[in-house]
Design a protein around this ligand. Structure first.
Ligand SMILES: Cc1cc2nc3c(=O)[nH]c(=O)nc-3n(C[C@H](O)[C@H](O)[C@H](O)COP(=O)(O)O)c2cc1C
Length: 394
């Protein structure tokens, strides 16, 4: 990849992206990390690597390609996550990803959904390391991008460390250098995707063991990380930490990433400024006919735990879905949250859990909580990824 020029430190959004650096990344999350979320996240952190939602190879090869692949330039560095297993199709998609300007292409070997498994991709591929290796090799031969794999510790009865080693041996021998490991196994039968993110125990220790056994590989830890403070100690040994749900439900956890993870010296953006930075993007999208709610639904958690957070969420949830809702709704919602010095940066001890009583999620209007939105979508929308309805809005 050609090194990108370093953007001016005071540019609200970098005009040219920072180079790919995996020390921190936001996980691919179907229905959550769409382009609107990613633009918003980029207002909080210029450096953190962002991932698309999983896009199935069929959607790229036989669907409306721009709809699945287009993104806003400011989202870079941005990695495309693919779902698929046919090496030739993966190779073609990797080549297209490079043309589209992505910084990395990642293969999903972690999604436990039934429908994904029946399409022979996702976590069930943990049982077929050779096929994953063939896919990785085909992708690498087809493009100059780094090809990475995101996977689980194991699946069903294939959950021994020996099996994990066999997977890593085979896929790394095929050329993969970077493994993002969701540090729990998945049960393909009996647990829903949501349960598979909660019930199998987290084993960060196994990921560290992998790094000790494969010191030449880049290992990124995923699973259960909620704050930068939790990530930092892992970075002593591992090459990266990937935050999923916390980066969506409480996006302000990303606000000090550039300083604390990457060592930048510019001031973190305040929550209010993060919303203001998003406003011109929202206006531009509204002008293209994108409904306000499809953008504002991703930012409900930005004031989580602060006074006024509940009124903010309620205002957006009640008004953004209305026909003709415009940016005035967003600004009116913003006015519900007092702007104070406490919200500059995220000094230790001011994380959402420590904030005033009475503003916690239990106060949110029914059905508007971010965590309630995607239930089932991960399994529901995937394999027929080429159809209009189920396709990720990448
Ligand atoms: C709503 C939702 C959608 C997800 N979609 C994907 C996906 O498209 N690809 C993928 O590899 N993982 C997906 N995941 C799993 C996350 O990438 C991540 O591995 C998991 O949430 C564990 O990280 P966390 O504990 O930090 O959330 C999804 C998770 C959620 C909550």
């Amino acid at each position: 990849m050609t090194a990108a020029p370093t953007p001016a430190p005071d540019a609200p959004f970098p005009l040219a992206p920072f180079p790919l650096d995996r020390r921190l990344s936001v996980a691919p999350m179907l229905d959550w990390t769409d382009r609107h979320y990613r633009v918003f996240a980029r207002g909080l952190t210029r450096r953190t690597l962002l991932y698309t939602e999983m896009v199935v190879t069929g959607a790229i090869l036989f669907g409306q390609r721009p709809r699945f692949l287009d993104y806003d330039a400011r989202e870079n560095p941005l990695a495309l996550q693919l779902g698929g297993s046919d090496p030739a199709q993966l190779a073609e998609c990797a080549r297209i990803a490079e043309d589209w300007g992505y910084a990395e292409v990642n293969l999903n070997v972690g999604c436990p959904s039934d429908r994904v498994s029946s399409g022979r991709f996702g976590a069930c591929l943990m049982a077929e390391p050779e096929l994953v290796g063939d896919g990785v090799k085909a992708m690498q031969d087809a493009c100059g991008l780094p090809v990475t794999v995101k996977h689980r510790l194991g699946i069903d009865d294939l959950d021994s460390y020996d099996h994990l080693r066999r997977f890593l041996d085979t896929v790394s021998a095929a050329g993969c250098q970077v493994f993002t490991i969701h540090a729990r196994k998945a049960w393909l039968k009996g647990l829903s995707p949501k349960e598979n993110r909660e019930i199998p125990p987290l084993r960060h220790d196994v990921v560290h063991q992998v790094k000790r056994d494969y010191p030449h590989l880049d290992i990124v830890l995923n699973g259960g990380l909620k704050t930068l403070a939790e990530c930092l100690p892992h970075l002593t040994d591992l090459q990266g930490c990937m935050i999923g749900r916390a980066a969506y439900e409480t996006p302000y956890v990303l606000a000090e990433a550039d300083q604390r993870i990457y060592g930048d010296s510019h001031a973190p953006v305040s929550r209010h400024d993060a919303v203001r930075l998003f406003v011109p993007y929202v206006e531009a999208q509204l002008a293209k006919g994108v409904p306000l709610h499809s953008m504002t639904r991703h930012i409900l958690g930005i004031f989580q735990g602060l006074p006024g957070a509940r009124a903010w969420r309620r205002h957006l949830s009640e008004n953004a879905p209305k026909k003709g809702a415009d940016v005035g709704v967003l600004l009116a919602a913003l006015a519900h949250v007092p702007e104070g010095t406490y919200e500059k940066g995220v000094p230790e001890g001011t994380e959402p859990k420590d904030m005033p009583e009475g503003t916690e999620p239990k106060d949110m209007p029914e059905g508007t909580e971010p965590k309630d939105m995607p239930e089932g979508t991960y399994e529901k929308d995937v394999p027929e990824g080429t159809e209009e309805k189920g396709a990720p809005q990448a």
